[in-house]
Ligand binder design. Sequence first.
Ligand code: IVH
Length: 412
Amino acid sequence: MRSRWIVLFTVIIELSCLAAPPAVEQQARALQAVLRQADDSYYNKHQSILSDAAYDALRKQYDQLLADYPELSGANPVGAPVGESARVAHTAPVLSLDKVYSDEETTRFLQQTGTNLIYCVEPKIDGLTVVLRYRNGLLVQALTRGDGKTGVDITPAMLASGAVPAALPDAPAQLDVRGEALLSLPAFDALNRRRAESGQAPLKNPRNIASGTLMLTDYTEVARRRLEFQCFELLAADSMPATHTGALALMKKAGLPVVESVPVPANAVLEAIHELNRRRAALPFLTDGVVLKVDDLAVCAQLGATAHHPRSAVARKYEETPVQTRLLGVDWSRSETGRLTPVARFEPVEIQGATVQSATLHNLEHLRAMDLKIGDWINVIRSGGTVPEITGNLPERRTGNETEIPDPKESE
Ligand code: IVH
């Protein structure tokens, strides 16, 4: 009787040793989704969706998993692409950042957190947050931020994108990171050139393309778009460093791309922000501000967080640089309640990757206060990085050919 129990226990133990851990199974599913599509495309459509190097790296990774856990093939067939629309719970809320718009507000933030600290100054990349989970060096899950509590599983798309390695041989057993997926400006231009060659309309905004791309299950297209990734937060690791600078170094050492980060004392923060702002146009990707972070992670923990953002970091939004264009006319749009709203129409201009050609002038009083004439040169910004807004006109550039804006009743 006793020996039967021993045999039973031995079998249970052996079976549980053989079974692939959930993390491995997860990665195998994601890898298989991408490889199946790559194989189908190659053998049936005679197209390579991944570069040879990317295909070989993913195939090697997958074959190694099958060699280590033979039950992953056959007995446990892996099915459709992971989480096409499945929402997955984040292990901790994925918070956002509070915003400041001026040197005064920035100084207030420094005073509130502690002026004797080191702060990290980083570009605020205009892409989308992705949380990556590596287990024993394997990328087992990539999630969008979603609503901060649950995100969409985009593991296969992330693997196909090649933006981060599928395997990190030198990573700690547990490594959870957060970063920004982005489409660089050169990759954006290349994508639009490719579209133009096939007669397709150009795409307008690299940020929207980056997020749209990661939701695709056409991994051919995902791989072609050359997305990039920059880690900016270490969420969990076997042993956590004492500083954010240390966290970035750990992620970099593990083989991940990390955001550029400059640690400075409080009295050098404003200059570091302005310096990054000056370099903004030379960066090969879109940014919508600068992020300031307390470097000491123990101080960050002490400062805590609201339900929306940590108190130890802030986004300094850029003062938007206005772009000049000419006012072509003012249209009047009538709301359901019958109120008339003037909407300025101007020569199309490109601002931060988007073409804008109209902006609300809110109401008649606002329109009159701006003292605009048709034909005027005007300054336009994308307020908060998105909403087109006329900030003023340039009377000194008037030629005398400008005309008054017609009264709404006359123009209707
Ligand atoms: S830190 C707890 N650092 O900005 C907050 N965020 O508006 C951790 N972002 O959702 C965020 N560059 O997607 C951080 N260097 C950077 C960033 C950055 C871009 C994005 C991120 C975040 C959003 C907040």
